[in-house]
Every structure is written in structure tokens, then in C-alpha cells.
Write a new protein. Structure first.
Length: 69
């Protein structure tokens, strides 16, 4: 793992390296410093139980910028 110093606030970005579809879960995992598998499971539960997971994922895919790598 590489430590990068940041100047300013932390920004949510779509991951380029930890992605399966669009990098949303990988980006959220980086932002909250947790495992991306937990975020992916949360999206699966949101789709199965509330049906809002797909809509949230699509909106984030459009709004959240891709990280510069």
C-alpha cells in the first residue's frame, strides 16, 4: 500500500485499479478506508431488499469523477 500526502479535503473518486464495473465501490472503499467487498455487499443488499441500489449506482457512475492515475 502506498501512502500519499494530500493537501486539502478528501475527494470521492471512482477507482481505476479496484473496479468491477465502474469503480464506484472501489472509490467508496478508498474514501472510507474499508474493504471494497463490504461496499459491494451493501450494494447487493440494497438491490435485493430495497431496489434502490441500481439507481444509486447509476447516479454515482454519472456524478462521481474518475480518479487521475
Amino acid at each position: 500500500m502506498q501512502i500519499i500526502e494530500q493537501n486539502g479535503p478528501k475527494r470521492l473518486k471512482r477507482s481505476v485499479t479496484d473496479k468491477m464495473i465502474a469503480g464506484i465501490c472501489g472509490g467508496l472503499a478508498d474514501y472510507f478506508a474499508i474493504d471494497s467487498t463490504l461496499i459491494r455487499l451493501a450494494f447487493v443488499f440494497a438491490v435485493l431488499f430495497a431496489g434502490t441500489g441500481i439507481l444509486a449506482y447509476l447516479i454515482m457512475w454519472i456524478i462521481v469523477p474518475k480518479e487521475n492515475y
